[in-house]
Design a protein around this ligand. Structure first.
Ligand SMILES: [Zn+2]
Length: 645
């Protein structure tokens, strides 16, 4: 049935009439009580989302429909996704679109898949009331994020506007701050990086007619002389096998996916971004093909009908072979991971056969099913061989790897990384010739830039954000122009914001502040902390930060404004400017903080270069300047030094 543009359903069950109507995500948003574009603001209220952002005007039709349909209804059931967001969506709808009186007559359905069976089950066994602790945690998360977001964003924007007149709106949030800070720190290391040289040896031998590579006992040599000596002592000589070690290694199946693991694996094998993976998984969930994807659990509950799922999967040609093999077993026990989630099990297929999937969705589905089949599989066994070869007193190693039992690896193909290196039979005492010996100079590399997947893992390991929001936060930082590129680079604006906040109010960027707050939200969800206490705590924490911000508005604005301005600021060079970039000098250095740090790395790495190649300071600078791994700020400093002399 329809009410204007909103579709709803009417049905009968157990003798009573049922009306089923959906929301459209959040129908209500937080807004400021009273006017004025200033800060601090601490008073907020929930209003229809269309009042906060005109782009949301579609919510009005839903609010009107729900409100109209609720007349004469005597019981309400919240059947939104079972998590903080879903619980809060239903609560706000009941409170504001229906009215407070409905809360006492409301119940909650809990489920993890949308299959007919699970929904019927959850209808029969619904909770007698709404899930208030979960609602409270969700509501507090929104309120706290609103308090941080609105105050800090206004503070930043006003600081820049007052100093430079620039109109750009800047923003930063509670989880965005520390995430931006991760990227900034990495960026600073990369731009300030000074590579150092090393030498590697490449050695080959021939055993039973086969060419086999050998590794030297040291992966890297630090001095050129050392590499030359080793070459003259080993090139063209014979070596003798002195020891052959064999060991077999059991490779346990992987646990089933939680959202983070799925996002990482999808990025590894398909290069799909974490948000793209979440979007595809959400589609698969709505199609009833997989269980609820926003879960942190790596466990499948004993109540899950694994046999039933396998029977259904065996009807899909791609999975029939492995599903049937598993069905022959007497007992099926999945490998369980350590992480648990009280609301949902690990992501698993329901068995329902998908239809008309888009490419990303089909890929993600295949990955989820194969992971599910793998976690029920037997361990794989690999045999590893290390043969030690003595050449003129130096140790070299031949290394072999052979998979002797494929186990779960078979079900996970082609997503498994399985490298083999087969060795011929080797016994101690055998003499093997060094048929090839070469040394190559290399340079150490700066740490890798984050990609969306590794940045997500970094957030996860520091427990900031939630499984449902992390991917979005990274997207937001891109949208605001703080990050760019698939191999993530901080933009000039992103760097300046992070550097400035670090200088004036470091707690906004600190992982601890954010993590403590996440912990408090978890405590609300289990009923151990009151929402009021947490929100009041946040207001108290923000007050001194915002006061400090106001006090330093001029400096903060000036530091960021240049990155916001259309072109470079026209200013007379002045004695207190960095010799390279014109930013403010650091202490009594002739450079700013960035370039002073780069100069520091140059000084620090010089002794290693002198030892390795015996270069003078000038020769060293010239050499480092030509290497691709050398950081941008380092090259700028080198050019400054070389041009000044
Ligand atoms: Zn500088």
């Amino acid at each position: 049935m329809r009410n204007g543009r909103v579709q709803y359903y009417a049905a009968k069950r157990g003798g009573s009439g049922l009306l089923v109507v959906s929301a459209l995500g959040h129908l209500y948003s937080l807004t400021q009580v009273g006017g004025g574009w200033t800060y601090p603001v601490y008073e907020m209220k929930w209003v229809p989302a269309s009042q906060v952002n005109r782009a949301n005007k579609r919510v009005n039709a839903y609010i009107e429909t729900i409100s109209a349909l609720s007349k004469g209804v005597d019981r309400f059931v919240s059947a939104c996704d079972y998590d903080q967001e879903g619980s809060l969506i239903a609560y706000n709808v009941l409170r504001y679109a229906v009215g407070d009186h409905s809360l006492a007559n409301s119940r909650r359905m809990l489920y993890s898949t949308l299959t007919r069976r699970d929904l019927a089950d959850s209808w029969e066994n619904m909770e007698p009331t709404l899930d208030y602790p979960v609602i409270a945690a969700g509501k507090t998360r929104h309120e706290v994020d609103w308090l941080f977001g609105i105050n800090l964003s206004r503070a930043l924007t006003l600081a820049v506007r007052k100093t430079s007149g620039a109109k750009k709106t800047l923003s930063i949030g509670r989880v965005q701050g520390p995430t931006l800070s991760f990227v900034k720190e990495r960026e600073a290391v990369i731009r300030g990086y000074v590579p150092v040289p090393y030498w590697r040896v490449y050695v080959e031998t021939i055993v039973a007619g086969e060419t086999i590579p050998m590794e030297y006992e040291k992966k890297r040599l630090e001095r050129e002389v050392e590499a030359r000596e080793l070459a003259s002592e080993c090139r063209g000589r014979d070596g003798k096998v002195v020891d052959v070690g064999k060991r077999s290694e059991r490779l346990l199946p992987p646990p089933p996916f939680n959202l983070g693991d799925l996002q990482r694996e999808a990025y590894r094998v398909f290069k799909v971004s974490p948000t793209g993976t979440l979007r595809a998984a959400e589609k698969l969930y709505l199609g009833t093909y997989i269980s609820y994807p926003r879960t942190s659990s790596q466990r499948l509950p004993p109540t899950l009908d694994i046999r039933g799922i396998l029977e259904q999967l065996s009807e899909q040609r791609a999975y029939s072979k492995h599903a049937e093999e598993l069905l022959k077993r007497k007992s099926l026990r999945p490998r369980q991971g350590n992480k648990n989630d009280p609301a949902h099990p690990a992501i698993h297929p329901t068995g329902a056969k998908p239809r008309r999937l888009k490419e990303d969705e089909a890929n993600i589905y295949d990955l989820i099913v194969k992971r599910f089949l793998s976690c029920l599989g037997r361990p794989a066994v690999k045999e590893k061989i290390d043969a030690e070869v003595d050449v003129n007193g130096h140790s070299f190693y031949m290394r072999g790897v052979k998979t002797t039992k494929k186990g779960w690896l078979d079900a996970y193909a082609p997503y498994v990384e399985d490298k083999e290196m087969l060795l011929p039979e080797i016994e101690p005492g055998v003499v093997v010739p060094v048929t090839k010996f070469s040394t190559r100079r290399g340079y150490t590399r700066p740490p890798k830039r984050y990609n969306p997947s590794s940045l997500l893992r970094q957030m996860e390991s520091h427990e900031i954000g939630t499984k449902a929001t992390r991917a979005n936060i990274i997207d937001t930082l891109y949208r605001r122009g703080y990050l760019t590129g698939k191999r993530i680079t901080a933009t000039d604006l992103g760097l300046r914001i992070a550097e400035t906040l670090e200088g004036y109010c470091p707690s906004i960027l600190s992982v601890e502040t954010t993590r403590e707050l996440e912990a408090s939200l978890d405590e609300i969800q289990v009923g151990e902390k009151s929402p009021e206490e947490v929100v009041e705590g946040v207001k108290e924490a923000l007050t001194p930060i915002l006061a400090q911000f106001k006090e330093s508005e001029g400096e903060i604005g000036a530091a960021i404004a240049e990155a916001v301005a259309e072109g470079p600021a026209e200013e007379e060079p002045c004695l207190t400017d960095c010799r390279v970039c014109g930013r403010e000098r650091s202490g009594d250095s002739v450079y700013c903080e960035r370039h002073q740090a780069a100069y520091g790395s140059l000084e620090e790495s010089y002794p290693r270069w002198r030892r390795a190649l015996g270069l003078s300071w000038k020769e060293y600078l010239g050499k480092v300047n030509k290497i691709s791994g050398t950081g941008m700020w380092v090259k700028e400093v080198i050019n400054d030094i070389l041009s000044g002399s």
